[in-house]
Design a protein around this ligand. Structure first.
Ligand code: SF4
Length: 344
């Protein structure tokens, strides 16, 4: 199916794209949002979407239109009903026209992920446009994935807007500061996230199999495990990630092993665990070391391990019986970086 998806911003697009791709549908993203003001906000959202679409290899069509004047003219008579009377309609109709003129089979919108939009009104407008232009409207209620998408956006450090788009929504967010209005989900209950917690583990040996996924030698693990603290990141009672921290001296720690269960990888859990541990340890310790392979240096630098310490040449050749691979890389040297735990 050739699907054109009206896309309001990168964070909202994440879950919609992931879930459509899960169904085997590759949406083409269509940016047309003359409702976003002022210009620097418009630009920030548009540019973030351009960046994100490149990152995930999605096709993006930009229909450039910073429509401040046109928007204000059209909503000024009935500001309270601006969303349904003008804003949804103008954006979706432009999308539908483009889809029709360019041979798409169907259209949809990332607006269906937001619990803060008037979902039923959006659906009604799309159904009417579908009839008017004789093109399929692919309806999906993406709202159950709203939080997942937002979490992933935070993890990717995407720009995240603080208000819906127009100056009136900005006013509602910052000037009126009415908690009922600004958190209005139109009766939709956003699913609660299971509680995350970090717990110290006593029965360390029970976790050897998981630790072996990051350090494939039992002998090596046993050299540091007994003298180390082991922490688990859990969602309710389910284990997500574990980390092993060795005490080097009164002021220094070393992160010896950190690993996330396969089905939870690439969702930022290792970073969450590490951040929590660094936050706790900084009361008593000054720095944390990590020895890593070349491939993982960018990850650790991003987490604040930005001071190069030393390289142990041929560490993996000298200490492991078998060749150690990290993706395509054959590991040879162990490279140490450190994080200043007191640094803000
Ligand atoms: S609040 Fe959002 S949906 Fe409503 S008019 Fe403003 S930008 Fe459009």
């Amino acid at each position: 199916m050739k699907l054109l998806m009206h896309t309001c911003c990168a964070p909202c697009s994440i879950y919609c794209i992931d879930s459509l791709r899960g169904e085997g549908i590759e949406p083409v993203l269509y940016w047309f949002n003359p409702n976003i003001h002022p210009y620097m906000e418009y630009k920030a959202r548009r540019d973030t979407l351009i960046e994100y679409s490149k990152l995930i290899n999605a096709q993006l069509i930009i229909n450039e239109n910073y429509g401040l004047r046109e928007f204000c003219k059209n909503v000024s008579d009935d500001i309270d009903n601006r969303c349904t009377n003008y804003c949804y309609l103008v954006r979706l109709e432009e999308t539908v026209k483009y889809a029709k003129e360019n041979g798409y089979d169907a259209f949809t919108s990332t607006l269906f992920v937001s619990p803060y939009q008037k979902h039923d009104e959006l659906k009604r407008i799309c159904e009417e446009l579908s009839k008017k232009y004789d093109i399929e409207f692919l309806y999906r209620d993406f709202r159950p994935g709203f939080r997942e998408g937002q979490n992933k956006a935070r993890e990717l450090e995407l720009y995240m807007q603080k208000y819906c788009g127009c100056v009136f929504s900005e006013e509602m967010r910052y000037y009126n500061r009415n908690s009922i209005q600004t958190s209005n989900t139109n009766g939709y209950e956003i699913p609660k996230e299971p509680r995350m917690q970090v717990k110290k583990i006593e029965n360390k040996e029970d976790y050897i199999d998981l630790l072996l996924e990051a350090d494939p030698s039992k002998d090596m693990i046993h050299k540091y495990l007994n003298d180390s603290d082991v922490y688990a990141l859990k969602k309710e009672d389910e284990l997500i990630s574990i980390a092993v921290i060795l005490h080097i001296d009164r002021k220094t720690l070393e992160l010896k092993n950190i690993v996330t269960k396969e089905n939870f990888r690439n969702k930022g859990y290792a970073k969450t665990l590490l951040k929590s541990l660094c936050g706790n340890y900084k009361q008593k310790y000054d720095r944390m070391l990590v020895g890593t392979t070349e491939n993982n240096i960018p990850f650790y630098v991003k987490q604040g391990f930005d001071k190069y310490e030393k390289t142990i040449k041929n560490f993996f050749i000298d200490n492991y019986k078998e060749e150690i691979k990290d993706g395509e890389l054959t590991c040879t040297d162990l490279i140490y970086y450190s994080k200043d735990l007191k640094k803000k």
